[in-house]
Design a protein around this ligand. Structure first.
Ligand code: SF4
Length: 322
């Protein structure tokens, strides 16, 4: 059996966990390649116009995998990952939206994870998938344990300053991760991981910053306790989990002044992003106009414009530092 995992959306959060689990229950995992023009075009022609860029890209990866004749597509329905909040509504309906827009695709493994309900825990989702493939209970449990360990290791590598791609390479190819480089200027890059780390849609923004001599710190490189602590500065608890983490990361970087400035990467057409960007900008203003730049991504983002803005921001930070 071959199961396709689209390289988009929550791939950046959970891929090592999903891959290890599926492989340990005896399934071959096929992952779509990094986003390219071909994949974006597949996504834009097969999805609706008014969805955000990451969802369009996810459509592209899904169509690509469907063309590779996989037996199943792995698109879990992630409803809630903590008791007090939900995920973006796009994740709640993702398998249904894919089914209703794409005909002639392989069946979808759409186990639900909703930690607010006892029968929808991640372990229950794993059991549901394992049973579908006729895997004995003890094997499913041990695959689940290994997958939790892989996730823990993945996060540990990112905390050490590595990107998801580097951490995945290290976990699965044994590739030694390069030592984190330093720079004369430190930039915090905050946003959804599928925006920050997709090299095609961001026009390799992280690579460009590195070439300009900046050391980048992203949300995944900050300890969860610090994120939680600084998210508490919000007057009211945010309704969405991943967005609360983004706000907590940005607040941590602003309050501790661990970086010289922040780039907030957001998606055009994203409701949650439009709200949290306001919160982050107002906190930056409150803390003595902490430097912040918002980069909005859509499928028309141009390389020259992005480069100019990055260079101008870094020049400004260097002048400020001097
Ligand atoms: S949070 Fe925003 S960018 Fe992410 S899936 Fe939801 S609408 Fe799209």
């Amino acid at each position: 059996m071959k199961v396709g995992i689209p390289r988009g959306l929550l791939y950046y959060h959970y891929y090592p966990m999903w891959k290890v689990f599926l492989e340990e229950i005896g399934v071959e995992v096929i992952t779509s390649p990094p986003t390219s023009k071909e994949i974006l075009d597949l996504g834009t022609t097969n999805s609706q116009d008014d969805v955000c860029l990451p969802v369009k890209i996810f459509f592209g990866h899904t169509v690509y995998l469907a063309g590779k004749k996989v037996d199943f597509l792995f698109i879990p329905r992630i409803v809630a990952v903590e008791k007090e909040a939900y995920t973006c509504p796009k994740f709640l309906g993702l398998p249904d939206v894919i089914r209703s827009n794409l005909s002639d695709i392989p069946p979808i493994l759409d186990a639900t994870v909703n930690v607010k309900k006892r029968d929808k825990s991640p372990l229950r989702a794993a059991l549901e998938i394992g049973k579908k493939f006729g895997v004995p209970l003890n094997k499913i449990r041990s695959a689940y344990e290994s997958s939790c360990h892989a996730l823990w290791e993945y996060r540990r590598l990112m905390l050490k300053g590595h990107t998801p791609d580097e951490a995945i390479d290290s976990l699965f190819s044994g590739k030694k991760v390069e030592k984190r480089e330093s720079g004369d200027i430190k930039i915090g890059v905050v946003g959804h991981p599928y925006n920050v780390y997709d090299r095609f849609s961001t026009l390799d923004m992280l690579g460009k910053l590195k070439n300009m001599g900046a050391q980048v710190i992203t949300g995944e490189m900050i300890r969860q306790e610090d994120i939680e602590h600084h998210a508490e500065f919000l007057p009211k608890r945010l309704f969405w989990s991943y967005e609360r983490d983004i706000v907590g990361s940005a607040f941590y970087l602003i309050h501790t002044e661990k970086v010289d400035g922040i780039i907030n990467v957001v998606s055009f057409e994203c409701g949650p992003d439009s709200l949290i960007t306001e919160l982050i900008q107002s906190e930056a203003r409150r803390q003595g106009n902490f430097p912040i730049m918002v980069i909005t991504l859509d499928e028309h983002t141009g390389e020259a414009g992005l480069l100019t803005r990055l260079e101008a921001f870094i020049d400004m930070l260097r002048m400020r530092k001097r």
